[in-house]
Design a protein around this ligand. Structure first.
Ligand SMILES: C[C@@H]1O[C@H](OP(=O)(O)OP(=O)(O)OC[C@H]2O[C@@H](n3cnc4c(=O)[nH]c(N)nc43)[C@H](O)[C@@H]2O)[C@@H](O)[C@H](O)[C@@H]1O
Length: 406
């Protein structure tokens, strides 16, 4: 069963296989975590390019503070097409890793941290094994005085332990992490890198950024749900063809001729974002003004609303949009069959197919939609747009991170 997860034609799971597992700071949201996956997958790619047979172990999902309906231990197949991920670097689900290694202890935990003394005068790429800077999440790892092994959260799985635990201060990117593993820990057959968000992308927006991003196709179940909803309620003629295998997708898509469906896609981020970034977001009234103006310009009467707003706020916005222009608002709300993360992805995939998309300032949820639209081949001006805090005035628009192909 394990071997079948990794396509034997592409990557050999030989005796020399080594496993790289990672985890992310508890407080980070879903879409930042998706970005951390890309950084670590590139570390694994670099390790493999240096001749080491590393396999990336996918950290189970759950325990995200934005998700109301909590479950833990969710495999990546809940959200993504794992076979497609596997075409970038070999990946296994955590439960399959445990099976493959017969639950033997993880050999090394590396807990990444910053340098206690700060950056210094300039940002230099470096790493050093250091004393742990104690934080609540460092102390979740404890040495069991009887077994001499380390206990920890390990995604809520039972009977998982580690042989050794070390803190490493690091400043750097996917490449720096590769150097750390190669230089200091190449003997370990399994390593868990915790606080993996500490490292950056090696080259933000380069070919390998986009290759790994393109490999992150959503699961068939979620794509189907989004596509059916779009065809039924928004625009029956809004399919966009992509190659079945992302590796066969060639540059033609960058001719940017994709039209999308006859609706406006909106990501309206609320809740904690209003507290964190309130001054960069429009009020409900301003949002209604922006959307009605846009709908007029685009000559569309349908709005697909992706949002985490509470019902009262959505009702208020809907009322304003209907009063002003009789716009029809659509939302995907099948909470019975899909969990919070799945609905988030369905929302994103529907927004990705809209004629025009407008998102919320610096929300990673909006960023992932913009990337999907780059992959789908939309003209730039239909994608990199944000809701301005003052509907009367222009505001700085999102950075245009354009897709590149090899
Ligand atoms: C202020 C910062 O904001 C950052 O959020 P930001 O980048 O928007 O992006 P996310 O971290 O993905 O957003 C947080 C979560 O909110 C829900 N959510 C937000 N917008 C939508 C939506 O349109 N549809 C659905 N279905 N769900 C939504 C979803 O569960 C998502 O995982 C946080 O990660 C940071 O922790 C911090 O709070």
């Amino acid at each position: 069963e394990f071997v079948s997860k990794v396509n034997p034609d592409e990557f050999s799971i030989a005796q020399d296989a080594k496993y790289l597992i990672y985890d992310v700071n508890f407080g980070e949201g879903f879409n930042l975590r998706r970005d951390v996956y890309m950084r670590i997958a590139n570390t694994v790619r670099l390790l493999r390019e240096s001749g080491q047979n590393y396999i990336l172990v996918l950290p189970p999902w759950g325990r995200l503070f934005h998700w109301d309906r909590q479950r833990i231990g969710l495999p990546w197949s809940t959200f993504f097409d794992v076979e497609s991920l596997n075409h970038f670097v070999p990946v296994v689900e955590f439960r399959d890793f445990l099976k493959a290694t017969s639950n033997s202890p993880i050999q090394q935990i590396l807990y990444l941290q910053h340098y206690e003394e700060g950056w210094g005068d300039e940002y230099i790429m470096k790493f050093d094994e250091r004393k742990c800077i104690q934080t609540p999440s460092t102390s979740q790892y404890r040495k069991n005085s009887k077994s001499e092994e380390w206990d920890g959260w390990f995604f809520g799985f039972k009977d998982v332990h580690a042989e050794s635990f070390k803190c490493v201060s690091i400043q750097g990117d996917s490449g720096t992490l590769k150097n750390l593993v190669l230089k200091n820990f190449s003997e370990a057959s399994s390593i868990l890198i915790d606080r993996a968000e500490t490292i950056l992308h090696e080259h933000y927006g380069d070919v390998n950024y986009w290759r790994v991003r393109r490999s992150m196709r959503y699961s068939e179940q979620l794509r189907n749900a989004a596509n059916e909803f779009r065809r039924e309620y928004l625009d029956p003629n809004s399919d966009i063809n992509l190659e079945n295998d992302w590796r066969n997708q060639k540059k033609e898509k960058s001719s940017r001729t994709t039209k999308g469906g006859e609706y406006l896609g909106v990501h309206w981020r609320r809740r904690d974002f209003v507290t964190a970034r309130g001054k960069d977001l429009p009020t409900i009234e301003e949002t209604a003004k922006i959307l009605t103006k846009l709908a007029d310009e685009l000559k569309v009467s349908k709005v697909y609303l992706a949002t985490d707003a509470i019902d009262e706020e959505v009702e208020k916005l809907e009322k304003l949009l209907v009063e002003k222009r009789k716009l029809e608002i659509f939302r995907f709300q099948n909470y019975e069959d899909f969990n919070d993360g799945q609905i988030a992805i369905i929302d994103q995939w529907i927004c990705a197919h809209a004629k025009f998309f407008i998102g919320s300032y610096e929300s990673t949820f909006s960023f992932r939609i913009q990337e999907d639209r780059e992959i789908l081949g939309f003209p730039i001006e239909t994608t990199f747009n944000r809701l301005c805090p003052n509907s009367e005035k222009q505001c700085e628009q999102p950075a245009k991170w354009k897709i590149v192909y090899n």
